[in-house]
Design a protein. Structure first.
Length: 198
């Protein structure tokens, strides 16, 4: 594993954590953590808030559609850097859209990002949500004979810490600048350039 691999994991997960924090604090929805939105759908239905349930369901649908489109594009040999460039553009452009539609644009962006980069240093990793990474991390710990164990532990731990750090960055940025989604957008541009030069 190269230091560049850990850098990729960190940058991508900071994007995911910061965009999720900004969107949750602004609109009460996640743009990367679809497990959270699925729970919110259930809560909304239990409380008979059908409009909010529909909103959260729409965010999940947009994320899923972006994953499908990105995977289809990658199968026809579109380079992974292109969805990451689009992620940067969409996160930045979401600041130009009023209200909750901004969250839908960000969900599409993070769906593309997560679909575009699914392995780092041979380790399966999610960059827009963290639950699967924690399951893989927990499954790797008791396997001392696994040949890729130290790499997996490093990448998955870095992903988790970076996602949390991203949430801090997003929450702080939301209070400091008028257009906070510019921060994950700029980081997505860096990630796209990293991917282009890989």
């Amino acid at each position: 594993m190269q230091p560049r691999d850990l850098g990729r994991a960190v940058v991508l997960c900071v994007i995911g954590g910061s965009a999720d924090a900004i969107s949750f604090l602004r609109y009460g929805t996640f743009v990367g953590a679809m497990t959270g939105n699925t729970v919110l759908i259930g809560i909304d239905l239990a409380e008979w808030k059908l409009d909010r349930a529909g909103f959260h369901l729409g965010i999940v649908a947009v994320f899923l559609a972006a994953v499908i489109v990105t995977q289809t594009a990658l199968k026809v040999k579109v380079p992974a850097s292109l969805p990451l460039f689009l992620t940067a553009i969409m996160l930045g452009a979401s600041e130009l859209v009023a209200g909750e539609w901004s969250a839908a644009i960000c969900a599409a962006a993070l769906g593309m990002q997560n679909a575009a980069v699914q392995t780092i240093a041979g380790v399966s990793v999610n960059t827009a949500f963290i639950t699967g990474n924690l399951v893989r991390l927990g499954s790797t710990v008791p396997e001392p004979a696994e040949p890729n164990r130290s790499t997996a532990l490093a990448v998955l731990t870095a992903a988790w810490v970076a996602y949390a750090l991203g949430a801090v960055v997003g929450a702080v940025t939301l209070h400091l600048i008028a257009h906070p989604m510019i921060v994950p957008a700029a980081l997505a541009l860096v990630a796209a350039i990293f991917e282009l030069s890989a």
